[in-house]
Design a protein around this ligand. Structure first.
Ligand SMILES: Nc1ncnc2c1ncn2[C@@H]1O[C@H](COP(=O)(O)OP(=O)(O)OP(=O)(O)O)[C@@H](O)[C@H]1O
Ligand SMILES: [Mg+2]
Length: 301
């Protein structure tokens, strides 16, 4: 199932938490949504799952408008909310039974057993949720999100607060379940998107400021490749810069442009001479220290 978000705006008081956000997640794709605190990631996810209504715009899941058919569509969506709210007084199985009841799941017992197996909860299944460690609570949250076998999975910071071993295991679990589902997940961990996602979307102040395949965004970050950030006073067609000798890629971000080169030679003097020859005024000309973190920091700055 695909998710199609069209010009969604959400306003809190005088603040635009989301400002005309549009994107598509194709069926079977895993998309990672990155962005600083307060960017609007959770708000976007709550809107896709039908928990919040947008002030403008629309969300279509498999071509059907969630605003018009919320109950029906929610059957196809699994959601792990931020901070994974659970009923701590319930036993693991009791809670999963409750979640299964919400979705009128058939053969509840066997489905719960299957979920407990899939999420590695066997040894903890007889405990109360309040007695579980954070990693295992997270597994209960994921089991809850999957109980009705949804086609679309929305995971809001699924590995937040987990120890490194649990992070690896939860990622494996996500990778395993995502082979046949459309997945959108938010995270602050760059390695997580690298490890899991086909595509990255970067949200900042309620707007999407970059979206590309993980491979392309990573390309900006590969050591050995140089990435140079330029900004000209004049507005230019970024593609024109690929005529500079040695340039292997161009990635525009707002008014600035990342220029990528495979070589080791410093390209800045060449870019400078190109600008002079083309009567362009350089406002920024920075050689980037390469890492996915830096790419993120640079474009959300
Ligand atoms: N119920 C609300 N009332 C008022 N403002 C809200 C409400 N919910 C969210 N906001 C505001 O909307 C903006 C986006 O919040 P959101 O939780 O979507 O960000 P986020 O990208 O998920 O951040 P984080 O990385 O911290 O989880 C924030 O400025 C937040 O304060
Ligand atoms: Mg959030």
């Amino acid at each position: 199932m695909s998710v199609f978000v069209e010009s969604v705006t959400k306003i809190y008081g005088s603040q635009r938490a989301l400002d005309r956000v549009s994107f598509t997640i194709n069926s079977g794709e895993i998309v990672g949504i990155l962005g600083p605190n307060g960017a609007g990631k959770s708000t976007m996810m709550k809107i896709i799952t039908g928990f919040l209504h947008p002030d403008a715009g629309a969300v279509l899941v498999n071509g059907v408008d969630i605003g018009e058919n919320s109950l029906d569509i929610r059957r196809h969506i699994g959601y792990l909310p931020e901070n994974n709210p659970l009923y701590t007084d319930l036993y693991v199985k009791e809670y999963l039974e409750y979640a299964a009841g919400l979705y009128s799941v058939k053969s509840v017992r066997s489905r719960i057993k299957e979920m407990i197996g899939m999420t590695g909860l066997e040894r903890e299944q007889h405990k109360k949720i309040g007695a579980l460690s954070k990693g295992y609570r997270q597994r209960v949250g994921i089991a809850q999100a999957l109980i009705h076998d949804p086609s679309v999975l929305i995971l809001d910071e699924p590995t937040s607060g987990l120890d490194p071993t649990q992070i690896v295991e939860i990622r494996q679990l996500i990778r395993h379940i995502s082979t046949e589902k459309t997945v959108m997940l938010s995270t602050h961990i760059m390695q997580e998107v690298e490890a899991l996602c086909d595509r990255i979307m970067i949200l900042n102040h309620g707007k999407i400021i970059a979206t590309d395949s993980t491979a392309n965004i990573k390309n900006l970050a590969i050591t050995g490749n140089q990435s140079i950030l330029v900004e000209f006073e004049e507005s230019i067609n970024p593609d024109k810069l690929s005529e500079i000798h040695g340039v292997t890629g161009i990635q525009p971000v707002s008014d600035q442009i990342f220029i990528i080169t495979g070589g080791q030679d410093d390209l800045r003097p060449i870019i400078f001479r190109y600008a002079v020859a083309n009567q362009l005024t350089i406002l920024t000309l920075n050689k980037q220290e390469s890492s996915l973190e830096n790419v993120f920091l640079e474009i959300t700055r």
